[in-house]
Ligand binder design. Sequence first.
Ligand SMILES: C[S@@+](CC[C@H](N)C(=O)[O-])C[C@H]1O[C@@H](n2cnc3c(N)ncnc32)[C@H](O)[C@@H]1O
Length: 269
Amino acid sequence: MSGFSADWLALREPVDALARNQELTAQLIAWRRQPGFLSVLDLGSGTGANLRFLAPWLSDQQYWRLVDADPILLADGATRFANPGGVAVERLCLDLTDSWERLEAVKPTLVTASALLDLVSADWLESLAQCCQAWQAAVLIVLSYDGTILWEPALADDHRVCAWVNRHQYTDKGFGPALGPDAAPALAALLADRGYQVALRPSPWRLGPEHAAMQTALLAGWVDAAQQIGPDRAGELTAWANQRQVWIAQGQSRLTVGHWDLFATLKAA
Ligand SMILES: C[S@@+](CC[C@H](N)C(=O)[O-])C[C@H]1O[C@@H](n2cnc3c(N)ncnc32)[C@H](O)[C@@H]1O
C-alpha cells in the first residue's frame, strides 16, 4: 500500500485531464508522428490514468509498461478499466526507490509519469535523467506540484498553511529527502545538461464549487501535513480548516493548485 487510494486517484483523474498543459500534449502528439513501435514506461502509474489519457492520442503499435509499488492500485486498474484499443499493457509491481537495474533492460522510447515527481529526491532524479539519456527516450512528466495553493475567498492563515504544506513536501516519501515543488525545474535542468530540448509549462488545477469532494479531500490532506510540521499550532489550523469546510459546503470555495508539466526530447546530433 502506498497511501494513495484508488478512490483518491479516481477523484483527481478528470481534474488532471483538464489541467494537463495542452501545448505539451500537442508537442507529444507531433513527436509521435514519427512512424514505428512506441514503448512507454509509466513510473508510479497507479491505476493507469496516464495510459488512459495519452494512449488514444498516440496511434497504434503501443506497448505500455505500468510500474507501481502498490499491487492494489495495479490490480484495480486492470479489473476496472479495459485497455485502450490496440495497446499492449504490462503491469509491474516494483518499488522504484532502488530498481533501476530491473528497468535498465526495458529501453522505452517514451518515459512518463503523472503526479509522481514531487515525491522523489535529487539522487533519484539524477538516475532518472541518466536512464532517459541512455535509452535516448523522450520524457513527459506531468502534474508535478509547484508549491502554489490559492484559495478564494482568502483567509489570513492561507499563507501560513501553504508554507507548512510546502515544508512537508520536502520530507522523505521513500526516495530520500523529497524535492517537492523544486522537482520539475530540477529535472528540466538535468535533462537540458544532457542534451535535451526541454519545455516546462504550467498545468494548474482550477477547482470550483462542483469539485467540493476534491476540495474536501485536499483540505484534509493538507491539515494532516501541516499538523506534522506545526503540531503546536493545532488551534489555529482547526479554526482555519472549519471556515474553509463551511465555504466548500456552501458552494462558495474556489481553489487553484499549481503544477508543472515537462516534455523533453533529445536534440538531433
Ligand atoms: C499521486 S499517485 C499518482 C498515480 C498515477 N500516476 C495517476 O496520475 O493517477 C503516486 C503514485 O506513485 C506510486 N509510488 C509512490 N512511491 C513509489 C515507489 N517507491 N515505487 C513505485 N511507485 C511508487 C504510488 O503507489 C502512486 O500510485
